[in-house]
Design a binder for this molecule. Structure first.
Ligand code: AMP
Ligand code: ZN
Length: 513
C-alpha cells in the first residue's frame, strides 16, 4: 500500500544554501530527519512565531504524503538567547525573570507549556522529540572543548568566542554579504573581539550583579552556553551529521544559522553544513512591520481566541500564503479566513449528510495531535477506488504541493472538489480526507473543530430540525434510545450541538476542547 503522493511528482523544496528549488531526496530512504529551531520561552509565542511551526508542520505532512517517515526534533531555548541575535545585551530569560519577579525556571516551564498548548490548538503534530537546551549543558561544554581543540576559538574575559575567519565561506547562507555589514549592525561592542561576526560559544557570568539563576561551571568559568551552540549540539546529537532539513524563520538565515554552520563544520571537520537543506519561512507582518516580541505589543493565539477567532482559522491564514512570502496579518484578514473555514466545514458537513455514516471511511485517530507523533494515511482512502475524475484532483493537489509546498494553490483545488457537479459525495469525502492530511484543518473530524457551525447550504430547514427534535423527544419518551441517538447524530452532522433542555446552538464558537 502506498500513499497517494508517492506515485506523484517528485517533491521539490527551496534550499537556502543553494538558493534554488531542488528535488528533495532524504539521505536515508527510511526516514527524513528534520530539526526546527524552537522558541525562546521568556514570553508567549506571538503569531509570527507560530507561523514558523505551521510551516514546519506542513513540510512534515507533505513528506508524509509523499510516503516518508519523518523524525522531527524541535528544541526549546530556555537559556542563552540574548536580547540581540548579535550576542549583545542580556539573556532574555534572566531579563524576563527580573521583570516578572519570578523564578527563571518557572518562567521557562510556564511558557514552554503555553507554546506546546498553542501548537496543539493549531493541530501541529507533536514532534518526535522536544529537546530542551538546559538538558544538554554538559554536551555543549564538550562541543565547545572540541571547537577549542580545533583551533577556532579564543578566550576573552567575557567568555569563549568563535573566530569566524577560521572556517571557509563563513556566512554564505546569509543574504547580506559579510563585507557589506557595518560594524554597528553586526558587532557587539565587546572588547577584544577579533571580527565583527565572531560570536560567543560560552558566556562567562559577569562578576558583578550576583549569581545568575542559570549558570554552570565550565573550563571558561561559571556561565551559560551561547544560543548558536545549543542548536548545533542538539541537532547533531539527535539527527546525526549531516541530517536532511533544518528549518527556522528567515531572520535565522542571517546570523543564527550561519553560526550553527560554522560550528558544525569546525566540530565535525567536514565541509558540509550539517544539514542538506536549510529552509526558512518568511515573516508574519502587521501594520507596524515584522511582528516581534520585543515590540511589546503583539498578537498571540490566545488573544485571537478571545476575539472569537478559531486557531484553525489562523492555520488557514498561514496556508493561504506561500511560506517564502511575507504573510500579512490584520484582525480583518484572519476574520476573513474564519468565514472561509466555516464555509468549508459547512460544505463538508452537508456532504456527510448525503452519505450514510461509516460507508465511505472512518477518520483515523492518528491524524489528531493528541494521539501522538504518528501521521498515517487513512487506509480506507486507499482501499476505496477513486473515480478517474477524483484521481485527477488528487494529482493536481500533489503537483502543487510537490512544487515547494505551494499551499495557496491547494485551497482552490479543495473548493473545486467541493463544488464539483459530477463527483459523488463519497468520492468528494475521500479526496478531502486525503487532502486534509496535508492541510491539517480537521475538515472531516468536524467534532474536533466545532459542530456548532451551521453549514451554509444547511440540508435541514428549521422546520425539519423542529420535527426531528420532536421525534427525538417522542423516541426518548418511548425509551427508544437507539432512535433518539440516531436523531442526535443526524442533527450533529447538520451542525447542531444538542444539549438536552437547551436550544440548539447555531452560531460559530471556537471550541478548544
Ligand atoms: P524565537 O522565539 O524568537 O526564537 O522565534 C521562534 C521562531 O519564530 C524562529 O524560527 C523565528 O525565526 C520565528 N519568527 C520570529 N518572528 C517571526 C515573524 N514575525 N514571522 C515569522 N516567523 C518569525
Ligand atoms: Zn536554532
Amino acid at each position: 500500500m502506498t500513499n497517494p503522493g508517492t506515485q506523484g511528482k517528485p517533491l521539490r523544496l527551496f534550499n537556502s544554501l543553494t538558493r534554488k528549488v531542488e528535488e528533495f531526496h532524504p539521505m536515508n530512504r527510511a526516514e527524513t530527519r528534520i530539526y526546527s529551531c524552537g522558541p525562546t520561552v521568556y514570553n508567549d509565542a506571538h503569531i509570527g512565531n507560530l507561523r514558523a511551526y505551521v510551516f514546519t508542520d506542513t513540510l512534515r505532512r507533505a513528506l508524509t504524503w509523499k510516503g516518508q517517515t519523518v523524525k522531527h526534533v524541535i528544541n526549546i531555548t530556555d537559556v542563552g538567547h540574548l536580547t540581540s541575535d548579535q550576542d549583545e545585551g542580556e539573556d532574555k530569560m534572566e531579563l524576563a525573570s527580573q521583570k516578572m519577579a519570578r523564578d527563571i525556571w518557572q518562567i521557562a516551564d510556564h511558557f514552554t507549556r503555553a507554546f506546546k498548548d498553542d501548537l496543539r490548538k493549531l493541530n501541529v503534530l507533536r514532534p518526535s522529540l522536544w529537546s530542551t537546551a538546559t538538558d544538554h549543558i554538559q554536551e555543549m561544554i564538550a562541543c565547545a572543548e572540541r571547537l577549542q581543540r580545533a583551533g577556532v576559538t579564543y578566550e576573552l574575559p567575557t567568555g569563549l568566542y568563535f573566530d569566524t575567519t577560521k572556517v571557509p565561506n563563513y556566512g554564505s547562507l546569509s543574504l547580506t554579504p559579510m563585507e557589506g555589514q557595518s560594524e554597528g549592525a553586526r558587532v557587539e561592542r565587546i572588547e577584544g573581539k577579533r571580527n565583527p561576526s565572531d560570536f560567543a560559544i560560552w558566556r562567562r557570568s559577569p562578576e558583578t550583579g550576583g549569581k545568575r539563576q542559570m549558570e554552570w561551571l565550565s573550563p571558561w568559568g561559571a556561565g551559560a552556553p551561547g544560543w548558536h551552540l545549543e542548536c548545533s549540539v542538539m541537532s547533531m546529537k539527535y539527527l546525526g551529521s549531516p541530517f536532511d532539513i533544518h528549518t527556522g524563520g528567515i531572520d535565522h538565515r542571517e546570523i543564527h544559522h550561519c553560526n550553527e554552520i560554522a560550528q558544525n563544520q569546525a566540530c565535525t571537520g567536514a565541509d558540509h553544513s550539517g544539514a542538506n537543506w536549510w529552509m526558512h519561512n518568511n515573516f508574519l507582518v502587521d501594520r507596524s512591520g515584522k511582528m516581534s516580541k520585543s515590540k511589546g505589543e503583539f498578537a498571540t493565539l490566545t488573544s485571537l481566541i478571545k476575539r472569537g477567532i478559531h486557531p484553525l482559522a489562523f492555520r488557514l491564514l498561514c496556508l493561504s500564503t506561500h511560506y517564502r512570502s511575507e504573510l500579512e496579518f490584520s484582525p480583518e484578514i484572519v476574520a476573513g479566513q474564519q468565514v472561509r473555514l466555516k464555509r468549508l466545514l459547512g460544505a463538508v458537513t452537508a456532504l456527510r449528510l448525503k452519505v450514510a455514516p461509516g460507508e465511505w471511511l472512518r477518520i483515523p485517530r492518528e491524524i489528531a495531535y493528541s494521539s501522538g507523533a504518528s501521521l498515517s494515511y487513512p487506509r480506507s482512502v486507499l482501499e476505496n477506488t477513486l473515480s478517474p475524475e477524483a484521481q485527477q484532483f488528487v494529482q493536481s493537489f500533489d503537483g502543487e504541493l510537490a512544487e515547494d509546498l505551494m499551499t495557496p494553490r491547494l485551497l482552490p483545488i479543495l473548493d473545486e472538489v467541493l463544488g464539483h457537479a459530477k463527483l459523488s459525495p463519497e468520492d468528494k469525502l475521500r479526496v478531502i480526507a486525503s487532502m486534509d492530511m496535508v492541510l491539517g484543518l480537521n475538515l472531516l473530524d468536524t467534532r474536533r473543530v466545532d459542530l456548532s457551525v451551521r453549514p451554509e447550504s444547511a440540508p435541514l430547514s428549521e422546520q425539519e430540525v423542529e420535527a426531528l427534535l420532536l421525534q427525538r423527544q417522542e423516541a426518548r419518551k418511548a425509551k427508544d434510545f437507539a432512535r433518539a441517538d440516531q436523531i442526535r447524530e443526524q442533527l450533529n452532522l447538520a451542525g447542531i450541538d444538542l444539549m438536552d433542555g437547551q436550544q440548539p446552538a447555531w452560531e460559530w464558537r471556537p471550541s478548544l476542547a
